[in-house]
Design a protein around this ligand. Structure first.
Ligand code: ZN
Length: 112
């Protein structure tokens, strides 16, 4: 993901509108790019701050820490989800191959 893509996804990230894969790529970019990190921070502070005012909550003092925690949590979750769906695909593929071999064996036994 490049800076342009990352910056156009900032609002989607804050509003939880990204897929696991997108979330992972987005956060990886943010971790490695101070410019986009600043951009995300500003947007995050504004959005979360407004929401907290709306809800009548007392404003969190440390937005930066909150954002970091939120990012770490969502990153781990996105990675975990991605691994889970990958292992499901592997298991499914293994199952289909053994099913195919089993059928092939039956067919060959029948023919021979
Ligand atoms: Zn960037």
């Amino acid at each position: 993901m490049n800076c342009q893509e990352a910056q156009s996804n900032i609002m989607n990230y804050i509003n939880h509108n990204l897929s696991n894969e997108q979330t992972k790529e987005f956060i990886e970019h943010i971790y490695s790019c101070p410019n986009c990190q600043d951009e995300l921070e500003i947007n995050y502070i504004v959005m979360v701050g407004l929401q907290q005012l709306d809800d009548g909550e007392i404003l969190s003092v440390d937005f930066r820490k909150k954002l970091k925690e939120d990012m770490d949590m969502r990153y781990k979750e996105a990675v975990r989800e991605e691994e889970r769906s990958r292992s499901i695909r592997v298991i499914l593929a293994a199952f289909l191959i053994s099913l195919f071999l089993w059928i092939l064996g039956k067919v060959l036994a029948f023919i021979v």
